[in-house]
Design a protein around this ligand. Structure first.
Ligand SMILES: *Cc1c(COP(=O)(O)O)cnc(C)c1O
Length: 350
């Protein structure tokens, strides 16, 4: 089976005409804007918030293009990665008939977006070493499988997925392969972005919510072939990235040094915390992590979770998730926060 984008796109998406926003043409040279029913007097805030934002965020994409080494027309920006996940499912998956593949334990939004759109979800659990079960995947793929979601580094297990297995899927699957790289900045593995020129069925997702520290601004990035980006632009809400986010992110993108410094600190803290947690008697395993969190298996995770809550430390209880029995997911904090966690855990008695 060969990848063919035309055959993959839903007919209604192909046939529809996109919303044409008022501010497409002439806006560079014009000086009077009486086309969009905006408030000509400005806004109560000292910014240009009275105007609709650039629907395609060209300034932002140009800057990201330089940082990521990807042409602007291969970039889609969404209201978080979640918008990208939802749009891809709606472009490619016919409700009821089509399905996506996910590999639990993994990020919850792939499944939720599929269910919202009444798209079937085929779950192929990871192996006990948190890697892809290649044989089961081959068995599960059928002619209605449109998208395979691979989260690497994976949330909540923290490990990276074997690159060679991802390449096998990219080479053999006739649908879209989405690699969610939300945690790539903390990883020993490289991004799949350079492979975009190699594979027309590859979609790479990243976000400003983690290493860039901008979860509150909501900016997700999708990197893919121009035709795929074009389809996403065609069906998105016209003004999906607001003016405040576009302006603030443009500023933040100059602060590369801040980001790199905190990535280094987080990775160093992660390895130290891993060692120190491992030495506690009630912690049975702390799994290797390429992300900004650790997954730890404990003797009675629920109890420890409740104990930490009572000490006003909140971690993520993953103990009722497949392959994560008795596991808590712990985000790496500041050095002080990590020490506080360790001090608190040292007072826990089994
Ligand atoms: C945190 C996270 C994201 C980021 O989502 P945003 O909507 O961009 O904040 C995406 N994927 C995974 C696996 C995550 O853990």
């Amino acid at each position: 089976m060969k990848f063919n984008l035309e055959n993959l796109v839903r007919e209604n998406i192909k046939a529809m005409k996109p919303y044409s926003s008022a501010r497409h043409e002439f806006s560079e040279t014009a000086s009077v804007f009486m086309d969009a029913n905006e408030n000509p007097f400005g806004s109560a805030l000292p910014e240009n918030f009275n105007r609709y934002p650039d629907p395609l965020q060209w300034q932002l994409k140009e800057k990201l293009s330089v940082i990521k080494g990807v042409p602007s027309h291969n970039i889609f920006l969404g209201n978080g990665s979640d918008e990208g996940i939802d749009l891809l499912i709606r472009i490619f998956c016919e409700p009821v008939h089509d399905n996506i593949l996910i590999f639990p334990p993994t990020y919850g939004m792939y499944e939720i977006c599929a269910h919202v759109n009444n798209v079937q979800v085929k779950e192929i659990p990871l192996t006990s070493s948190f890697q892809l079960d290649m044989e089961a995947i081959e068995q599960a793929v059928d002619t209605h499988t449109k998208i395979i979601f691979i989260c690497s580094p994976n949330n909540p297990t923290g490990n990276s997925i074997d690159r060679s297995n991802i390449e096998i899927i990219l080479n053999n699957f006739a649908g879209l392969v989405v690699i969610d790289e939300a945690y790539i900045n903390y990883s020993r593995q490289g991004s799949f972005i350079p492979e975009l020129t190699e594979y027309s069925n590859l979609v790479v997702m990243q976000t400003l919510s983690k290493a860039w520290g901008l979860a509150g601004l909501r900016l997700g990035m999708i990197f893919a072939a121009q035709q795929i980006i074009g389809l996403m632009n065609k069906i998105k809400y016209p003004y999906n990235i607001n003016t405040a986010t576009q302006q603030l992110v443009l500023e933040a993108l100059n602060k590369n040094d801040w980001v790199n410094e905190h990535i280094l600190t987080t990775v160093k803290e992660r390895e130290q915390l891993k060692d120190k947690l491992s030495s506690l008697s009630f912690i049975l395993a702390v799994y290797p992590s390429d992300a900004n969190f650790l997954l730890a298996k404990m003797n009675n995770a629920k109890n420890i979770y409740n104990f930490l809550c009572s000490k006003r430390i909140i971690v993520r209880d993953r103990s009722n998730i497949v392959l994560c029995e008795d596991c808590l997911r712990i985000t790496i904090g500041t050095p002080e926060e990590n020490q506080k966690l360790l001090d608190t855990l040292s007072t826990y008695s089994v």
